[in-house]
Design a protein around this ligand. Structure first.
Ligand SMILES: Cc1cc2nc3c(=O)[nH]c(=O)nc-3n(C[C@H](O)[C@H](O)[C@H](O)COP(=O)(O)OP(=O)(O)OC[C@H]3O[C@@H](n4cnc5c(N)ncnc54)[C@H](O)[C@@H]3O)c2cc1C
Length: 380
C-alpha cells in the first residue's frame, strides 16, 4: 500500500519551483522552447538527474519519489516535466543498470552537473516495431561509427549526449542485433526541431547521426544485447510518462472545478447542475484510479517485482485513456472559454493525447499486458 503521507514532503518541495515556473508555461507552449534561465533553474533543482544515485552526485530518488516530482512539474508545464522524465529517469536507467563504471562516472556525472540527456530509439521507419530499427553502429578499429536517423526525440536541441539504440547485427536478427551506445552531441549530430501538437517546448526533434565516431567503450553492456535494456528502460519510462499525465489531469480537474463553482447558468452555479456534477465525479475517479495505478507500478519497480511490465503497461494504458477522457470533460465544463487559446485547458487537451502515443501506444501496452499474462515477458 502506497504511503501517501511520506510523499507529501517531496510534493511540497516541488511546489515552490512550480509556482516559479507557472508564469512561463503558456510561453513555453507558444514559442515551442524553454527559456535558458528556466532550463538553468530546472538543472539547479536536480530535476534532469532525478534517478542519478547519490554516489554519482545525483539526488538518488526512488521511482515513486520521482513520479511525485514529475507529477507536480506537469501540473504546471508538461514540457518541463517530460524533459525531466527523459533526462532524469530514462537516460540514467541503462547507465545505472548496465554501463561500465567509467561510463557511469562520466555520464551520470554530467547529468548530476545539470547537463541534459536524450534517449533515441524511434526512427522514421519504425516506432512500435523497434526491433526493425535501421540506425547502424559499425566497429572500425577502436571506434563505433554511428549512422542513421531518429525521430520524435525529446530534449534533442538541449541535450549534451544521447543514448542511442543502433543495429550492430544483421537486420534479419531483429531484436537480437541491437546495441545501446552513448553518443556525445557534436558536429556529426544534426537536430531539426519539430512542430508538435503538444508537450511543446520539450524539443521533440528529428536527429540525424552522420557517421558519428564514438569509442567502443561507449557501448552499454555487450554488443547485440541492447533490445532487452531498451525494454527495461521503457518499463520505467512508461511510469514517468504516466506521471506527466497525472499532473495534466490534476490541472484540468482543478480548472474545471474552479470554473464550475464560479460560472452561473440558469440561476445557479454550474457545480449545482446534476450533469456537471456527474462529470466532476467521473473526473475525480479517473484521476485517483490513475494515480493509484501509477504509484503502484512505481513501487513495483522500486521493489524489483517480477510483474513490473504488467503494472507499468497497465498504468500507462489506464492513465492515457482516463487522461484523454478527463481533459475532454474539463473542456466541456469550461465551454467556449476552454476552447480559447487563452485557456490552460486548451493546452492540456493537446498535451494529454501524447500519453496514448509516446513510450509505446495504447495498442502496444495492450500487447505487453497480454504477453505478461501469458508469461512471455520476464524482468531481467
Ligand atoms: C511528444 C513525443 C515525444 C517522444 N519522445 C521520444 C523520445 O524521446 N525518444 C524516442 O525514441 N521516441 C520518442 N517518441 C516516439 C514514440 O515513442 C513513438 O511515436 C511511438 O512509440 C509510436 O511509434 P510510431 O509513431 O512510429 O507509430 P507506429 O509504430 O507507426 O504506429 C502507428 C499506429 O499503428 C499501431 N500499431 C503499430 N503496430 C501495431 C501492431 N502490431 N498491432 C496493432 N497496432 C499497431 C500503433 O498503435 C499506432 O496506433 C515520442 C513521441 C512523441 C509524440
Amino acid at each position: 500500500m502506497v504511503d501517501l503521507d511520506s510523499l507529501q514532503v517531496i510534493r511540497n518541495s516541488v511546489e515552490e519551483f512550480a509556482s516559479e515556473l507557472e508564469p512561463y508555461a503558456q510561453l513555453i507552449d507558444r514559442e515551442n522552447r524553454v527559456p535558458d534561465d528556466i532550463l538553468a533553474r530546472v538543472a539547479e533543482m536536480g530535476y534532469f538527474a532525478l534517478r542519478v544515485p547519490e554516489e554519482y552526485g545525483g539526488p538518488g530518488l526512488s521511482l515513486l519519489e520521482s513520479v511525485v516530482v514529475v507529477e507536480e512539474l506537469a501540473r504546471v508545464s508538461s514540457a518541463v516535466a517530460i524533459m525531466a522524465t527523459v533526462s532524469g529517469s530514462m537516460v540514467p536507467y541503462p547507465l545505472v543498470h548496465y554501463a561500465s563504471e567509467d561510463l557511469k562516472r562520466e555520464y551520470l556525472g554530467r547529468l548530476a552537473e545539470g547537463k541534459i540527456g536524450a534517449f533515441a530509439l524511434t526512427e522514421p521507419c519504425c516506432g512500435s516495431d523497434a526491433a526493425a530499427l535501421m540506425t547502424r553502429a559499425t566497429l572500425e578499429g577502436g571506434e563505433y561509427v554511428v549512422d542513421g536517423e531518429k525521430v520524435f526525440i525529446t530534449n534533442a536541441p538541449y541535450a549534451d549526449f544521447f543514448i542511442v539504440a543502433a543495429r550492430t547485427g544483421r537486420p534479419e536478427d531483429r531484436h537480437r542485433g541491437i546495441s545501446l551506445l552513448v553518443v556525445d552531441k557534436g558536429p556529426c549530430v544534426e537536430v531539426s526541431k519539430l512542430e508538435m501538437m503538444g508537450y511543446r517546448g520539450s524539443g521533440t526533434s528529428l536527429v540525424r547521426f552522420n557517421e558519428c565516431r564514438v569509442p567502443k567503450e561507449n557501448m552499454i553492456g555487450e554488443p547485440n544485447t541492447g533490445f532487452k535494456k531498451v525494454m527495461m528502460t521503457l518499463n520505467e519510462g512508461r511510469i514517468t510518462t504516466s506521471a506527466t499525465g497525472l499532473g495534466i489531469m490534476q490541472a484540468a480537474f482543478d480548472d474545471a472545478l474552479e470554473y464550475a463553482r464560479q460560472r452561473e447558468s440558469m440561476g445557479k452555479p454550474l457545480v449545482e447542475h446534476q450533469m456537471v456534477q456527474y462529470m466532476l465525479a467521473e473526473m475525480k475517479v479517473l484521476l485517483e484510479t490513475s494515480r493509484l495505478l501509477v504509484y503502484t507500478a512505481a513501487e513495483k519497480l522500486d521493489e524489483g517485482a517480477e510483474d513490473l511490465p504488467l503494472y507499468s503497461s497497465m498504468a500507462k494504458l489506464h492513465t492515457a485513456k482516463a487522461g484523454v477522457d478527463l481533459v475532454r470533460m474539463a473542456m466541456q465544463i469550461l465551454g467556449g472559454t476552454g476552447y480559447s487559446k487563452d485557456s490552460r485547458v486548451e493546452r492540456l487537451y493537446r498535451d494529454i493525447k501524447m500519453i496514448e502515443i509516446g513510450d509505446g501506444t495504447n495498442e502496444v501496452q495492450r500487447m505487453v499486458i497480454v504477453k505478461s499474462l501469458l508469461g512471455k515477458i520476464r524482468v531481467q
